[in-house]
Write a protein that binds this ligand. Structure first.
Ligand SMILES: [Zn+2]
Ligand SMILES: [Zn+2]
Ligand SMILES: [Zn+2]
Length: 359
């Protein structure tokens, strides 16, 4: 994520801020420029951007979800929808009459907006699924109902379903332990599930790409249901770390793709933040520093080739883990990237940068 400042008073502000703590101006995210702006109310009730030259700076509205304080994105004059490009993908939101659902939804939207930001930065198509469209995305945020089967978080045909219990830290942590996972977050769920969607966009109707995929990830025609059942009943092979970024990735080639895709998004999203802060890692230890020093001086969405991404990522993760340990927190990066996983990440990097989604 980029670092933003209030365009009225230059105060640094977060991506999610709806107003500036210092000058109290309202803030809105303008999607064409991917920037956050201080905004002013005009006589007709619309908003104009403070201090901006590149894009038309008047006639904006807030996304309709701003009324619930779950979205700070702006909608341009003349737009067809009352919702921003991120919220327009929602088909079902939690029942806000239920206690605590607004708080859960708010956390869900924070993660979802960060996902959509990344997809837009990668220039991936982000369109709402219409009933007849092969492609397109929709989100259902659903709660378990008594007497009904549990809502399963997952993806089918562009529809991403999220069980809103995942927005509760205690419930999610219980699920994490039960599933024996080392990492479980809302943002991770979104990155994973949308990976399934782009798999379809990239590979369905592209047999030549599919054969490349199968060489690296295995044959996805292996029965999906049986593979997952085997994964849950027999556990993962002992040497899974050699070949997979997570134990779950070993369940089926589709899950391997989605797990590795999510991981690539973790890397680029975090590297962008480090870039925004001008992070340089130059450890003071006298041991051989090779591979431990780096300057994160480029935009990982645009300017880094894959070797550079990895070269900057590994020292950064070591620093991140060390910082967290100093705060008495667990490692934010409990992963190991082996050569085999590296090849998969590189494949995903190439697929995104070769614009497979649009050709
Ligand atoms: Zn300000
Ligand atoms: Zn919105
Ligand atoms: Zn999956």
């Amino acid at each position: 994520m980029k670092l933003f400042k209030c365009t009225q008073c230059e105060n640094p502000v977060y991506f999610e801020n709806t107003s500036c703590d210092r000058c109290k101006y309202q803030l809105g995210f303008e999607v064409n420029s991917m920037s956050l702006f201080a905004i002013k109310t005009e006589a007709d009730g619309s908003y104009s951007l403070v201090k901006h030259d590149d894009v038309p700076n008047s006639g904006y509205r807030y996304c309709a979800n701003h009324q619930y304080q779950v979205c700070n994105w702006l909608v341009a004059e003349g737009a067809k929808s009352d919702y921003c490009v991120a919220c327009n993908l929602n088909r079902t939101i939690p029942d806000l009459a239920v206690d605590d659902n607004l708080r859960k939804w708010s956390k869900i939207e924070i993660a979802k907006h960060r996902l959509i930001y990344a997809l837009l930065r990668f220039n991936l198509p982000v369109n709402r699924k219409t009933s007849d469209a092969v492609h397109g995305i929709l989100f259902d945020f659903l709660a378990d109902t008594e007497g009904q089967p549990r809502v399963l978080t997952g993806h089918a045909n562009g529809l991403v379903t999220l069980n809103i219990a995942e927005a509760d830290d205690i419930e999610r942590e219980m699920m994490r332990k039960q599933m024996d996972e080392i990492y479980r977050t809302l943002l991770g769920h979104f990155r994973h599930e949308i990976g399934h969607y782009y798999w379809e966009v990239f590979f369905l109707d592209h047999p030549e790409r599919l054969s490349l995929f199968r060489k690296i990830f295995g044959d996805e025609r292996a029965d999906y249901g049986e593979s997952l059942q085997r994964h849950y009943e027999q556990g993962t092979p002992k040497d899974w770390e050699e070949h997979y970024i997570s134990a779950y990735a070993a369940a089926h080639p589709w899950e391997d793709w989605a797990e590795t895709w999510a991981h690539y998004l973790h890397m680029v999203g975090t590297l962008e933040t480090a870039y925004a802060f001008g992070v340089t890692i130059d450890p003071l230890i006298h041991a051989d520093k090779r591979g431990m020093s780096t300057r994160i001086d480029k935009d990982p969405y645009l300017e880094m080739d894959f070797e550079e991404i990895i070269g900057k990522w590994l020292p950064l993760t070591f620093a991140m883990n060390s910082l967290n340990r100093s705060m008495g927190l667990k490692d934010p990066y409990p992963f190991i990237i082996t050569p085999s996983v590296l090849g998969k990440l590189q494949f995903i990097h190439n697929a995104i940068h070769q614009q497979w989604a649009s050709v």
